[in-house]
Write a new protein. Structure first.
Length: 458
């Protein structure tokens, strides 16, 4: 035996890839393997936007490996069975993979370890591949995880991140290892029209371009909805086409307040991963229950559909929801606004919103999507669980001229200035120019009063 297998999961790159570098020992052959797991489809996580981005990432990973003399082996089926089959075909004695934090990833790792050890093989699980700092690397006194971000950020910032690894020069794959064809993108009609292109090459270009041209404006401008100065790199981190650890090093080397604000956002990502690793049930259950009795029934379902379709009557909320439908992505400020509106103004279960986001978001994952939803619903780690974001105030603050709203809500394109955020106040010919844009589903005072009653705050 002088061969290894590298199981790629959420780490679809060749740069800064500890499992791949560890598998490429002197004189060793290596099988780079990706397994399409039908359990992901059955669980409802194989959304078309992510499948399209995944296809781009796998094609780019295959190109990167072929440039180094290797190739990507693709299989479909139970990952444990497929890895063991490839191990036998290659006569490999070890398997390398990145550590995950979800209950699904942990079960997969445990099953794979048992199967390999029973066959006399070894599994090596590498930390700090999907995140900048491994989940559980820092813990507070008396607990297995941080439940508050600020002290986590202080500890996280003081830790020494591993140095980035270069891409391997040569990848030697044993001959005769069977592979399926690379998966194709879903039909265009199933994918958001404005979805971006995936892959490590594209991600690295975008990171370099953003650091050079936009990082300096990030601290003050990342919430400016119309300016769109966010990095838009979250899909590449989600699929591991970019290394979070390498991005932190590069941002710190760039320096400046904007780069540091970007690093803080990457720390938020790590924060949610360490929380989910410690409390995997938080993917579906309240991290901190508030005794909510969420609205149900026909009217709540109609309100949910209006929210999903961007027809709530609150322009900045509708603009963000329509951007999500068109691009499979929306900026962080839009996510906060839309989540607050659904859970607190409409008082609809956060799980319904999280499910819709996972159906569309190209960067949707269990840690960041579910735990950010819980943050806004007040069932997560927010120290102010009953805060409610007012969409009119937020719209005027982060889209003061209404450019973002007019971009995504064409019914309001004829309105000028901040008045676009309150079209229900218009009358006569001005209101007629709104081209059928709906009245609000609920007034903000009524929504706030309902939420406060539900939380016992009245």
């Amino acid at each position: 035996m002088n061969a290894s297998v590298v199981l790629f999961t959420s780490d679809l790159r060749v740069h800064d890839h500890p499992p791949l570098c560890a598998a490429l020992g002197p004189g060793r052959q290596t099988v780079p393997l990706f397994v399409r797991d039908p359990a992901v489809d059955h669980a409802g996580f194989a959304a078309p936007n992510r499948l399209a981005f995944l296809a781009d990432c796998l094609a780019d990973l295959d190109r990167g490996l072929r440039d180094r003399g290797g190739r990507l082996v693709v299989r479909s089926g139970d990952p444990v069975a497929e890895v063991c089959a490839v191990v036998r075909e290659a006569d490999a004695d070890e398997v390398h993979m990145a550590a995950g934090c979800s209950a699904f990833a942990l079960r997969r790792e445990q099953r794979l370890r048992r199967a390999l050890e029973a066959d006399g093989r070894r599994l090596y699980v590498h930390d700090g591949v999907v995140t900048a700092l491994p989940a559980g690397a820092v813990t507070p006194s008396g607990s297995d995880h941080f439940a508050v971000f600020t002290p986590y950020f202080r500890r996280w910032s003081g830790e020494r991140l591993r140095p980035p690894l270069g891409a391997p020069r040569v990848v030697r794959v044993p001959p005769g290892i069977r592979s399926e064809g690379l998966p194709a993108r879903p039909p265009a009609g199933e994918v958001s029209a404005g979805l971006g292109t995936g892959g490590e090459d594209e991600g690295r270009k975008r990171l370099a371009y953003w650091l050079d041209g936009y990082a300096d404006a990030y601290e003050e401008g990342h919430d400016d909805l119309a300016a769109d100065t966010t990095s838009r790199l979250s899909p590449y981190f989600h699929f591991g086409a970019l290394s979070a650890a390498e991005a932190v090093h590069r941002a710190r080397a760039r320096g400046g307040a904007g780069a540091e604000a970007f690093v803080r956002q990457l720390c938020w990502r790590d924060f949610h991963h360490q929380l989910l690793a410690a409390r995997p049930e938080a993917a579906d259950a309240d991290y901190r229950t508030r005794g909510d009795r969420w609205r149900r029934g026909p009217q709540a379902e109609a309100d949910l559909r209006a929210w999903q379709e961007g027809r709530t009557g609150y322009p900045v909320v509708d603009a963000a929801m329509r951007q999500l439908a068109h691009e499979g992505w929306m900026p962080g400020r839009g996510r906060l606004l839309t989540a607050s509106f659904l859970t607190k103004t409409l008082y609809i279960d956060w799980r319904a919103g999280a499910r819709h986001f996972l159906d569309l978001l190209v960067d949707g994952d269990v840690a960041n999507n579910q735990l950010n939803w819980q943050w806004m619903a007040g069932t997560g780690t927010d120290s102010r669980p009953n805060r409610v974001l007012n969409p009119v105030i937020q719209g005027k603050r982060y889209d003061p001229e209404g450019a973002y709203v007019r971009r995504w809500v064409p019914e309001l394109a004829g309105l000028r200035g901040s008045g676009v955020h309150e079209p229900w106040k218009l009358a006569g010919p001005e209101r007629d120019r709104c081209e059928g844009y709906p009245d609000p589903l609920v007034t903000l005072p009524d929504g706030l009063a309902r939420f406060r009653r539900a939380r016992g705050q009245d």
